[in-house]
Design a protein around this ligand. Structure first.
Ligand SMILES: *Cc1c(COP(=O)(O)O)cnc(C)c1O
Length: 330
């Protein structure tokens, strides 16, 4: 069986770095959407509680219900509940959705300051707040999301200044939040009521050096077990499409982890493990071959490194890992 290990001390180390930026643990809202970025929702909720995190962010109401007992506050990013809940706040993503929420539901208004994805427009803000009142909802916070927090193109500053202006204009009884991981690490002086932090907590935040130096450690490692070993002779081939051809006689083993478990198929033919062991041929649904004999193979311990092989981002490497994989805290 393939297995995932979750490194508690790395996670806590990252949360320490994050708390230094926000000023306190209480201002960290840990983003646990998509099975906690593939780490396991319950596992990460348990660890977060152990560390003293009281706030979480998820995508769905069902996720919020599953972890309700671990936190004091949960923000749901994209779901409309049947009934209001004491601990859970729901996001208003556009002005037409306000009427769909039941009276007394706690809501947070997302404002589109330039992402162009979700949230009410700045010119709709007053109308949205009036509609929320009319519907009998409890408006708790106003927030925005950055499109370019890890880029140097000037959009971050534009979004930030429109959010700051909006903070000055709205009642200070509301709470305000705008930072994801990259924005938080980029900020010189954090002044929101909380930050929504995902990838930095999991230890895979990458930033251009000009913007921030980030000191976090990857939490998740993945191991696979051997199915079989065989000797290859010169010019023998391995796997679908026979894309691997051995240049000399060598040993190849097959491991029980493939794209069906979330190992990106684009790593086929050119991936190398952290220990320098080369993949042989294509990744299959349930297995993949490597030029070694180990009983158990460390496939990766840093999703960012896999991402560079797969020409993607660590977020995709991590969230691809299927929920059925065994996860253990070490
Ligand atoms: C996913 C998400 C985050 C977390 O982003 P990271 O880059 O992982 O820190 C924050 N806010 C919103 C609205 C999100 O969708």
């Amino acid at each position: 069986m393939p297995r995932i290990t979750l490194n508690r001390s790395h996670f806590f180390y990252n949360l320490d770095r994050i708390a230094q930026k926000t000023g306190s643990k209480e201002k960290i809202a840990l983003v646990l959407k998509d099975n906690a970025y593939g780490h396991g929702l319950r596992e990460m909720a348990t660890l977060a509680q152990e560390y003293g995190i009281t706030k979480a962010v998820v995508r769905l109401d069902t996720e919020a219900k599953e972890i309700e007992k671990y936190f004091e506050y949960i923000l749901v990013l994209a779901d409309i509940p049947q009934i209001a809940s004491k601990k859970i706040s729901y996001t208003i993503n556009d002005i037409n959705s306000i009427k769909k929420f039941a009276k007394d539901t706690k809501v947070e208004l997302k404002v589109d300051t330039g992402m162009g994805r979700n949230g009410v427009h700045l010119f709709e803000l007053d109308e949205a707040i009036a509609l929320i009142k009319k519907q009998g909802l409890q408006l708790e916070a106003v927030f925005t999301h950055h499109s370019c927090a890890d880029e140097l193109n000037g959009n971050y500053e534009l979004q930030k200044s429109s959010f700051e202006e909006l903070k000055r204009r709205l009642p200070s009884t509301l709470r305000f939040h705008s930072c994801n991981s990259a924005a938080l690490f980029r900020e010189e002086s954090f002044s929101d009521d909380m930050a929504r932090v995902g990838i930095a907590a999991y230890g895979c935040l990458e930033m251009p050096k000009e913007l921030a130096s980030v000191d976090v450690k990857p939490v998740l490692s993945l191991y696979a077990s051997k199915n079989s070993t065989r000797i290859l002779h010169k010019h023998d081939r391995v796997g679908y499409g026979a894309t691997f051809c051995s240049e000399k006689s060598c040993c190849v083993s097959n491991y029980d982890f493939g794209y069906g478990d979330g190992f990106l198929r684009s790593c086929s033919n050119h991936y190398e493990t952290p220990e320098g062991i080369e993949i042989a041929g294509r990744i299959s649904m349930d297995n993949s071959s490597f030029l070694c004999e180990e009983e158990e193979l460390l496939i990766f311990k840093d999703a960012s490194r896999v991402a560079s092989f797969a020409k993607t981002i660590s977020y995709e490497v991590l969230t691809s890992l299927k929920p059925h994989l065994k996860r253990e805290i070490v």
